[in-house]
Design a protein around this ligand. Sequence first.
Ligand SMILES: [Zn+2]
Length: 377
Amino acid sequence: MYDLVIKGGFVLDPLQDINEVMDVAISGGKIVDVLRGVNIEGAKHVVDGSGLLVTPGLVDIHVHCSYNVAHLSVDPEFSCLAKGSTTVLDAGTTGHLNFLGFRKYVIDRCRTRILALLNIESLGMIEAHHKEEWPKLITDYEELFINIQETLEVIRAHQDIIVGIKWAHHTPKGLSLARKAADEAKCVLMAENHYEPETVKCLKKGDIVTHTFHAHKPSLKRSPHDGLLDEEGNVQHEFYDAIKRGVILDVGHGAGSFSWHVAEKAFEQGIKPDTISTDLHMGSFNGPAFDMPTTMSKFLVLGMPLYDVVKASTITPAKVLGKQDEIGNLQPGASADLALFKLEEGKFVFTDVYEDRRVGRQRLNIRRVIRGGEIII
Ligand SMILES: [Zn+2]
């Protein structure tokens, strides 16, 4: 007797290496069985999965969803959960001074599972307002608004939600303080892909470099090689060293951080993302990132196999968060979080942040989302 059965879908669960038509049985908000021919007699609900791709609920490890607390944030229920992301990691939208509001008014009220990185800056990203030019308020000051002790205290008080620290939008001085705080808290550090190769050299096993495939021009404020590639278009060797150390390469598409040219150059040289993420915020959710299915589809265009795309959007990010027993997979006992897609065939145009276009033959289109055994859409 099950609460819910997803019948006859094409199940793709990289953790268990399942890649075939199966039924998924759910009870008490957990996965109970993944096998052929589940007996649906007496099941409370049956969802017809035929013709659909069934994956674990997506785990998007770079979003901004401190909705109505910080201007740049999207509503996680519509922009993430309804698009298949049953778990998201808010990437430092708030700092130690305003995290509590995020928790109380958003995280604790949402059906989306929200984890967070605490910004090393005390107020997070409140400076990022869609009506203003990008930040003059905090980041141009020599004196940063950072308090390591207070940051550590908030991390300790919210260990169930906060998994690490984010460094973004400011100078290398902030990075060294973020490194210090992450070491003291023994947590993950996520850094933006700027001031390279110095930034990636600071990262340790399990840390994350995000915006891997941006093509920002070097500026006076940043190093001559601002991102992944050097002036000749070669991957800077420090990135290979980082991969060997176990540093995670994350997409973080956003409004300014995904270039077809850079991604193609990277793929040619054997560099692929460990984790696919959207960097969803007010400036990216109406395009060019849109949502996880669109961002994942772009990696199909780059020639990444569907299996690897799903892996980089489910179990790998779940492991980065240390939550692989609970999410990112369909093993019995895991949370019953699932995404059901139509894998459409045709000609689809995908645009990067520079309005450069590529045509893909496949597109992931979300059809159903289940979170903790509850049918969301
Ligand atoms: Zn971001």
